[in-house]
Structures are given as structure tokens and as C-alpha cells.
Design a protein around this ligand. Sequence first.
Ligand code: PEP
Ligand code: MN
Length: 456
Amino acid sequence: MTAPGEIVHTGAAEYPGLDRWRDLPLKQQPHWQDHPDFDSAYAKLSANPPLVFAGEVDKLKRRLAKVAQGEAFLLQGGDCAETFSDITADKISAKVKTLLQMAVVLTYGAALPVVKMGRMAGQYAKPRSSDSETRGEVTLPSFRGEIVNGFDFTAESRLPDPKRMVEAYHKAASTLNLIRAFTEGGFADLRAVQQWNKGFMENPAHAKYERIAGEIDRAVRFMSACGVEFEGLKRTEFYSAHEALLLDYERALTRIDSRTGKPYVTSGHFVWIGERTRDLDGAHVDYLSRVRNPIGVKLGPSTTPETVLALIEKLDPTREPGRLTFITRMGAANIRQKLPPLVEAVRDAQAKVVWVTDPMHGNTITAKNGYKTRRFDDVMDEVRGFFQVHQAAGTYPGGLHVEMTGDDVAECLGGSDVIDESAFNSRYESLVDPRLNHKQSLEMAFLVAEALTQVK
Ligand code: PEP
Ligand code: MN
């Protein structure tokens, strides 16, 4: 308990400036500080062990430095928003499996290491275009992700509940535990992953990828025939990432690293600032400027070169390799006009950032039957535009950021094994944005691998 007038909510980590964000414009948060359970939830989170460790976070930064230099490629993927009910062994393994499958194909295409990262174990908070939602006569607070409130359209469910942050922490811990077991315990063995990819190739719809699939298969068999048995084939590094939207959660899970004395967000290895909260003088940019993790910033079509340079100045003033990733989400129709000035400004300022394409968020449409969807062809067109822009500027297209799942859902239109709108009624599961399904995700990896072989 705190006495009146005492500073509360400071969390376990004390470090100069860490609470500056509380005095700055703060968007997209629930108003729950007066909730009777807020202080106890915050105190619990503050006392809990970190989910990730500073040493792992630093290692990821070194990996991302390689991406910035054009010596590795980054794959980020997962749900738009994880839901608590989908934290099951089957769903997590399907997602990790799909990301590993994609990574093998991309590794072959890029002939470079692929840094693998899930929008997982923390992707529970969502920015919304409106604070409230109206259905008929009823207006309720918008759904902000299960770390804040429930999706059901009732007053009780939509009421923000800080105890959900503690539940999210535990869900993230169990997700990470399974991911660590999978990726270090043999599940990630390259030869097994290649067998799964053969399953994908058995579908006649994917025959056009036969050449590249055959080449990967021969490469894997060649290594086996040579008796290559090194550990690198059996296990893989896999990092967690989410949007650092809910600053109460991020602040409570910030810890001071005992080796360096510096603050780290320990809710995930990599965190990013969303398109709606990247204001230069806002709370989110200030908070992430003070922690040592590698961080991302989403850049939409309204971004100017001045903003990009100011973001670099604020978030990466010492130009630390691997520190800053720009995730562009321009839309297929915009990318070829909007991205070049940004890429050129960063290049000319001699800043080294990682450039990643998110071909999902600029290509959302509403289907005739009312579902939020994306066309696979638009998504691929944005990816192609991203590669073209970087090729013309002489800069490196460093990675791919996708909303995907390992399951056979029907949320995005198209793909070779075509999904059309009629499938939405039975197989649309996302509560928020539409994801590529398992096959669409792998198909994208094959198409990007082809594009990468052309870049080389
Ligand atoms: C997201 O990644 O789910 C998201 C909301 O993206 P953006 O901030 O780019 O709109
Ligand atoms: Mn989304």
C-alpha cells in the first residue's frame, strides 16, 4: 500500500527518465489507473521475473546489425492479435512450424541467415481507430486486445480490467516456454522442416514452385550425404516481438540489466511502435528511446523524410547497428511513390537501419460480405515494390513482416489454392486483422525467395 502523495506505479526498475512518458501525450490507452485492481496488477507484474533476458536481447541486436549490413534477412510473423484462448500447443506449434518452413525457403532464396521472430508471446494489445464502438443503440468501449478487455459486445466484457495484464504475462510465459522447447529440442531440425515443405509441394496448386523446392531438397540431401551433423541443423534461434502499445505493461516489465546497469523491456526481445503512436513528442517514442532493446517503428504513407530522420535522431542517436528497424506499410498502390524519398533520405544521412516490408496493413479492404480482408496479389505487389525501390536506391531490403497463422483459416483472398469470400463464414477466425493462412504464408515465402534470388 502507498501513502497519499507517494509516487505509485514506478515499477521495479528505477532509472532516470524512465517515467518521463507519463507527462507526454499518450495515445491508445485504457483509462484504468483508478480501477481498484490497477495497483495490485501493476505490483505483481513489477515483481515477476523477466520473460526475456538482456543477453538474448543483445544477441538479437547483433543479428539485426547483420541484417542492416545486408548480411542476413529478417522474418517477422504472427497474428494481428494473439488471443488467450488460442494459446494452445497445437496453435503455437503450427505457427512456429510455418515460420520455420518460410525461413528455410527464404534462407535458400537469400543465401543468407534468416533471423526468425514471432509476433508472439506479447502481441495482445491493439490500437483502434475509435475509442468506442456503436452497434444499433448501444455504444461501448472499443475492443483493445485481450490484455485490456474482452471482445464480446457487452458492457461487462468491454470494461478494461488491469488484471488482464497479469494474465497476459502468464500466457506469454507459457508461449515462450513452448517456443523455446520447440526451437531448441529438435523440432526445428532442418531435415524435418524440409519434410513439411514436401507436404506443401504435393498440392498441384503449388507446382510452379517445383524448381526452387527441388533445389532446396537437393541442398538438404547433399548436406546429409556429406554427413553434416552440426548442431546448427537441429536448433534455431527464435525471437519474440510485439507492438509496445500498452505502456503500463511495458513499464512494469522493464528491468535494469545487472551487467550493464541499463533498462530493458523484458516483455519480448523486439518491440515496435505502431503507425498510430509514433509521434515524435509522444509517450511511446520517448519510452522506447530509453530502453536498450532493438526496436521497430511502423511507417505508413503519410511519413515524411524529415520525420524519419527525426525518429533516427531520437531513437538511435549513436547509430548503433541493429538498434532501429523501419517497418514500412505503404499499401501496394503507394509504395513505389512513397518509399523512395524515405529510403534515400536515410541512405544520404548515412544511417544504418533495417528496412522491413509489412505488406499487410496498407492493403486492408472490406469484402462484399462485410469481412475485413486483404488480397494475396496486393500483398505480393507491395513486397515486389519494396524490392524494386531498394534496388533502385542501392539499399538493402532487409525483411518481411506478415500477419499469418499456421492454421487453415480463410481470411485473405487469393493464393494459388484459392480462398474466396464464400469461405469466410466458416473459416474466418481473426478478431482483428485478416492473416495469411498456412499455405498462403508458404507461397509468399517461395515468391519472396524468387525475388531474392533475382536481387543477388
Ligand atoms: C499491427 O501491426 O497490427 C498494426 C496495428 O500495424 P500499424 O501500426 O502498422 O497500423
Ligand atoms: Mn494488424
